[in-house]
Design a protein around this ligand. Sequence first.
Ligand SMILES: Cc1ncc(COP(=O)(O)O)c(C=O)c1O
Length: 401
Amino acid sequence: MTRVFDDDLDAGIATRAVHAGQRPDPTTGAIMTPVYLTSTYAQDGLGQNKGYEYARGRNPTREALERNVAALEGGTHGFAFSSGMGCLDSIMKLFQLGDHFVCAENMYGGTPRLFDRILSCYGLKFSYVDPRDTDAIEDAIVPETKAVILETPTNPMMRLTDLAAAGELANRRGVMLIVDNTFATPVFQRPFEHGAHIVYHSSTKYLNGHSDMVGGIAVVCDEALADRLQFILNAAGAVPGPLDSWLVLRGTKTLHLRMAAHDANGRRIAHQLAEMLGEENVIYPGLASHPQHALAKRQMSGFGGMISVEVGSRERAARILQRLRVFTLAESLGGVESLVCHPATMTHASVPPERRRAIGITDGLIRFSVGVEDVNDLLNDLEQALGSEVKGQRSKQSAHR
Ligand SMILES: Cc1ncc(COP(=O)(O)O)c(C=O)c1O
């Protein structure tokens, strides 16, 4: 089981990003952690090895990544997986038949798909509540509840949960708080500081940052929990290969720089979109018009590059998506390149239509993942793709006034 190097926790976030979990290679002094492409390790004799027996259980490249992200989150143990969903599936193996979970009603679409279409068949039970309402979270707790599972901000509606309130209530009610920190990353938000027990990521996104692999990672700060997760990781085996681990590790070295750039571009673009579409149609926690802006400022040190907008209809969304040039139409998010997607037919297509509507994922909703390109190129792209649509919308709005 991979424990952080304790002295890494004394460093600032940028130093952790660059160095945590990595020490010059003991054999050569190589500065960069080697990619240990091996499935097994020679043993000196029966029961005598160097701590490595078989690569499903431990791999030095993976361990460097696990230590690095654990240190970034301010936890003690990291566990890397082969995808964000594989990570969550392994976390859920901590529980058993009859256990109940209170979950945010609006999370990445694959999360309720895993819960409702797979894990519920194994006797786990899930309730979904508005994550903005901590009283609703508490009211949904029953004697069988074992954890509150949140994503904040949520994908794609950018709804926030008050992490301090959720942490307080989870600890008071004796349940775990599990937080998907994919959108904010530890650069902007650290759920352990608010009482979370497990923090996890789709490392496919900002942690890797270059859209060249798929992965997940969980971090805990409790030895007994770490022991159980290590057992699951090895026994169920949803581990990433060493090259994918290395790609995330290279990505996290610049996480703080990239997040600052995503945030700067995100703010400019959110303001531009608000001017074009009206601020009521732009969902970005960094806008003063976001209903939870004050909370966002309190628990996040930046707002990042994820923005959702409502353009009114599927046809209009399709026209805009067709015209965008610098923003590429694609699933996923968090890479250096700007992407755009249509949640209703892409990332959240697996969510039943009535539930999508109840959450606010309309056919006219578009989600932007703002990259780190020159902001003027992004602004110009939006202007050419939305300009004519907006004129129509503006004249309709003024006709209604
Ligand atoms: C917030 C969030 N969590 C988890 C996942 C699942 O991660 P992965 O695609 O790496 O399995 C995603 C994927 O888009 C996501 O956006």
